[in-house]
Design a protein around this ligand. Structure first.
Ligand SMILES: [Fe+2]
Length: 265
């Protein structure tokens, strides 16, 4: 099925042409990539190791040329991810997921996701040897929702709809993502089935009940669109780079401002 749909971008000229994100002539993309099912086959219950179909596309450090000064020279990077709708076996398509390596000051930089098309779930958890997790949450998000990702929590993104799940993200430029723990654990503690149920990952020695919340419940308030905020009011995004600002802006997430378990890299 091919359809074209404008995306809620608040700044970037782009649209969906079937499965493809198509950008306007003045959109700068620093680099792009793709991840195939074969690279994550052990993280799904029934994936074919030789399945070279693409699970998701990434576009890193993106901006409209007219906004070059705010985006190209700033400390925060704006990126995009587009996850396919087609399930893998009985499971919903998802990203690999990772945790953020703490900076020298000990703060693992935070991140913000904004849903631009479709609907999805951001799964976040801690990780300990075992593997074990003591905390796991599924933040359910629809178009326009912005979700705060504390850098100390492992996070992945799941397409929970029937169309492409497209979201933007803002994070500190030059930050490093750490993937190995998630790889070794065979993915996150919970998997979403295409029928909407969440099932425990049998690789985990112990895990808690999965909490379900909305984006606003998770962060405690509604957060304005990312592109416009970075362009017009970057000072209000200090919480992405600074622990004190993070705790001040999101007091209910303060426990996640410090690395725990394996994330004490
Ligand atoms: Fe991240």
């Amino acid at each position: 099925m091919t359809h074209e749909a404008p995306l809620l971008t608040e700044g970037i000229d782009m649209r969906l042409d079937g499965e493809r994100l198509v950008f306007g002539d003045d959109v700068h993309i620093t680099r792009s990539g793709q991840r195939k099912v074969s690279a994550m086959s052990h993280m799904f219950d029934a994936a074919d190791e030789s399945d070279d179909s693409i699970l998701y596309d990434t576009f890193v450090d993106v901006w409209e040329e007219r906004d070059h000064d705010a985006f190209g020279g700033g400390k925060l990077g704006y990126s995009l991810t587009s996850i396919r709708a087609l399930p893998v076996g009985e499971e919903s398509p998802k990203t690999h997921g990772h945790v953020h390596t703490p900076k020298p000051d000990g703060f693992p930089p935070a991140e913000a996701y904004e849903v631009l098309n479709g609907s999805g779930v951001f799964i976040m958890q801690d990780m300990h040897d075992g593997p074990e997790t003591t905390f796991a949450v599924a933040v359910h998000a629809n178009v326009g929702d912005v979700v705060v990702i504390p850098g100390a929590l492992y996070h992945c993104s799941v397409n929970a709809g029937t169309e492409r799940f497209v979201f933007s993200d803002l994070c500190r430029r030059g930050m490093s993502d750490y993937y190995q723990h998630v790889h070794d654990a065979g993915g996150f503690s919970y998997k979403r089935r295409a029928d909407g149920d969440f099932v425990a990952n049998s690789n985990y020695a112990s895990l808690p009940e999965l909490e379900h919340v909305t984006a606003e419940e998770w962060s405690g308030r509604r957060i304005p669109p990312l592109y416009r905020t970075l362009r017009d009011d970057p000072a209000s995004l200090e919480w992405l780079r600074d622990r004190e600002a993070f705790v001040r802006e999101f007091p209910r997430l303060a426990d996640f401002a410090y690395p725990v378990g394996l994330a004490r890299l």
